[in-house]
Structures are given as C-alpha cells and as structure tokens.
Design a protein around this ligand. Sequence first.
Ligand code: V47
Length: 355
Amino acid sequence: MTTLLKKLENKERIDDELAYKLYDLDLFTLAKYAHEKRFSLHGKKVYFNANRHINPTNICADTCKFCAFSAHRKNPNPYFMSHEEIMQIVDETIQRGTKEVHIVSAHNKDCSWQWYLEIFKMIKDKYPQLHVKAMTAAEIDFLKRRFGLEYEDTIEKMIEYGVDSMPGGGAEIFDETVRIKICKGKVSSENWLKIHKLWHKKGRQSNATMLFGHIEQKAHRIDHMLRLRRLQDETKGFNAFIPLVWQKDNSFLDVKHQLDSEEILKTIAIARIVLDNINNIKAYWATMGLNLAMVAQEFGANDLDGTIEKESIQSAGGAKSARGTKLDTFIELIKTSNLIPVERDSLYNELKVYA
Ligand code: V47
C-alpha cells in the first residue's frame, strides 16, 4: 500500500498490478488524488452539452441480459422509426439549440446499412453544423454479423455520409467471463477495441463506456480501464470515459442490489486516476442522478454529459432520466456549487463559459 500511496503522492502512473489495489483505499484518499488530477486538467470547470438522444429502433437480434430497452417480454413495445420521424425530431431539437444528435439503435435485422446511411446524409445535408455522434462498435459489429460488412468499409462509409464521432456504447465489461454471462454473442471485447482503433486511425474521436454494478467484480472494472488505457496510449482517440451505473429494473439478470453512492464515487475517482491519458471523465447524470453527478465533480469527474431531451435506454431500467435536463438546470447547479459551467461541443471545444 505504501508504494501505491507514494506513487499517488508523486503523481506517477499507477502500473497495472498496483491499479488492482486502488479499491482497497478509502473514498476520501482516492478523492484527494482524483480531484488533484481533475483540477490540474480542468480547474473548476464543469462541462456539458446541448444534445438530443435518438434511438431509432428497440427491436434487437441480440439478447443482452442487462438490457431493459430492447423489445422483449418485459418491454413489449417494439418500434422502428421512419426517416421522416427522425427528421421531425431533428428539426424540432435544432430549434431548441441542440448541437449534437447521439443516435444509437438496437440491432434490428430489418435495418439495412443503406437505411442508416440515408438518415446520416439527410441530417448532414440539412444541418451541416450539427454534430452526428452515431454507430456504437456493437452496431458496427452487428452489421458484419448480419450483412458481412467489414469494419473498415463500414467506417469509410460512416465518414463519407457524415458521422462525426462514435459514442462509447457496447463496451459493457471487457472481461470475457463476465461478458459471456451478460451479453453473449454481441461484439467481443477484442473487436470493440479493434473498431475504435480503426476509427481513431482515421483521425476521428470516440468515447468509451463501462457498465458496472451488475455481476462484475471490482477487478473486472480495473481490467476494463487498463485495456482502455493501453489503447489510448497507442491512439489518443478517446475523448471521454463514461462509467454507466447499471439500472436493474426489467432486466434478465438476477441481481437485486443497486450500487451505493460510495461505490459509484470510488469508481469515478479510480477512473480519473487510472485513465491518466483520457482527458474527460463523465458523471453521466442519467445513470446516477443529477445530485450525485454534481458531487462526482469533486471526486474526479469534469463533465455531466448533456440535456439528452429523451432518454430511453437507462430509463427503461428504472432511471429517472426519460425527459432529459434543461441547460439552465446544469448552469444553476454548477454555479451554486461554486464551480464554473461550460457549455462545450461534442469534441470538448468550449462554446460558452458562464463565469
Ligand atoms: O452500451 C444498457 C448501457 C449503453 C442499461 O458516448 C445501460 O457519450 C445502465 O453508451 N442501465 C448505451 N446502462 C449508452 C451509451 C452512452 C450514454 C451516454 C453517453 C455516451 C457517449 C454513451 O447503455 C449500452 C449499455 O452499456 N445500458 N442498459 C441499464 N439498464
């Protein structure tokens, strides 16, 4: 433990072996070092963006046990939006000042690659300034399994048709023994990382998530972060790390507990310490609530994600996030916490500092 504390004190990288000991430290020791790092990168700034989530379909060929969003017997409301419906959402959200659409679909066998490309093009032709964050590595892998599309070709087309950045979804937990129990058949960890690497090699940026608080052990979370750290050392393509607190309602996992705040904050602090090469740690308010996401800003996080407007994935699992948050709410909360609100774009360029 003394070696670990010495390294933390000296601001040295925590090597792989020592990283597995981080959860043995108490929350406030972790917070001290995580906050130091957060402060050195971002000072008192807390970032957020004006975004809109769009989930065009919930009909899924995969059967992830943690998921409450996909249409199944606990959520028997299958839907598949038309391009016109999606464009109507985009037209409306633009009026409200949205700068990013975050488009994630379930793995629908009837959804052709052409269908995806057409909607990206429609959005970009009409609103060239709107940032399109779309296509998780899990969706790219599904296109390969369903239609035999090679990752490289899919990525080329994403760029050609206007996708600006990739979201971090589908990472879940990289450990293969856990993965087989919670999302057997979906993109493998190796391929998730490979797809992001290919995207980064094109000079593009993406995010990385980690779904935690289900059946995984603490060591699996550390392993997950270390695999991301290794890729980031190589490519520098990840903008943000987003630890997603698993929401347990309507799932097919036999887990009754929901993580407590201490464990969530510890995980955020550890992420800030281990992922010394990823600039931004999001406290995703949709999975931990706005209040805890604000507290997390003192435990290593520097971002709240965005307004979202309509949230369907986590709210299906019980989160109180279905209707998004107002930009003014972020600003007020951050100001009253004696921190500095900063509206950013999707690539973390500052748009407005509310000094
Ligand atoms: O990959 C599914 C997760 C992810 C549940 O890149 C659940 O900026 C909690 O990736 N409880 C999709 N999580 C969302 C996602 C995301 C969200 C915000 C920002 C970004 C970004 C990416 O949602 C899935 C899965 O890991 N998820 N079900 C659930 N019950």
